[in-house]
Ligand binder design. Sequence first.
Ligand SMILES: *[C@@H]1O[C@H](CO)[C@@H](O)[C@H](O)[C@H]1NC(C)=O
Ligand SMILES: *[C@@H]1O[C@H](CO)[C@@H](O)[C@H](O)[C@H]1NC(C)=O
Ligand SMILES: *[C@@H]1O[C@H](CO)[C@@H](O)[C@H](O)[C@H]1NC(C)=O
Length: 294
Amino acid sequence: MEMQYFSLQLCLLSSIFFLLGCCSLFANTTDIVRFDENYEITWGSDHVLSLNQGSEIQLSMDISSGAGFGSKLSYVSGFFHLRIKLPNKDSAGVVTAFYLTSKGKRHDELDFEFLGNREGKPISLQTNVFADGVGNREQRFLLWFDPTADFHDYQILWNQHQIVFYVDDIPIRVFKNNDDIGVGYPSQPMKIEVSLWDGDSWATDGGRTKTNWSMAPFKAHFQGFDISGCPIIQNSSNIQQCYSPNYWWNSEKYWKLDSKQQGELQNVRKEYMNYDYCSDRPRYPVPPPECLHQ
Ligand SMILES: *[C@@H]1O[C@H](CO)[C@@H](O)[C@H](O)[C@H]1NC(C)=O
Ligand SMILES: *[C@@H]1O[C@H](CO)[C@@H](O)[C@H](O)[C@H]1NC(C)=O
Ligand SMILES: *[C@@H]1O[C@H](CO)[C@@H](O)[C@H](O)[C@H]1NC(C)=O
């Protein structure tokens, strides 16, 4: 009797799991956005490989070339993301970049740059924010996982109130809109750009550790080509409309971090941040104004 009851329970449980598994699988197969729906190759096309019906892209770099791709459209607000798996083994000198950028001299830019390293040494994730052509706002982090072992989600929220960099939904950096105290804030239409390139003049140990070309080709993998952003179709006429709260990333919930996220951010800064321009006194004897208004 007991046994029967037990197996009935098991049966019920497994049906529930089956149903859940079945439905979420179904939802996700319809969710997958192919690379060429939103993106195009920008350089090094012979070093780009499309995998799994365009749901994954591999960029490779050898001594002849790296490669890159970018979004077809420019955006003025959004919650941007890519799932990235970095080149493994010895990747010293190799830079994998995922960023938003506008065109022109006084450009805006939001950067994730992964700085490769010798095998066994940690890869740094450098972030930067440019507004009106002014950058020099580097913050660097170590990661709490091996970014070469698997895909992880790297995300950038951009609305009128704040820019937030996240790793797997955990905020690692906030850049608030401090326009009212004269700090530039990115507001120009930006494209998403991705590249794999040789940065051994600066990327690893300040350029002292060089790319080991006998380890080439270096390969980075990308997934997640859906874009949640407000595109500028032609002229700048619809910029204001891109700040509408009808876009979820503009709603009040995303104007500042909640207390849980604030705690996560503080923890990442304490445990994983290894460089912050705000506390680099030799470089900035007086901290830039945004550093005092975070
Ligand atoms: C599957 O899709 C759902 C709904 O869009 C999403 O919440 C979930 O994260 C997805 N799961 C995976 C493994 O991609
Ligand atoms: C470069 O890689 C080769 C092949 O693995 C290895 O023999 C050599 O020691 C490496 N060079 C450096 C500077 O690490
Ligand atoms: C873009 O704006 C300019 C000047 O405002 C206008 O002359 C031009 O026709 C517009 N182009 C399109 C494609 O809307």
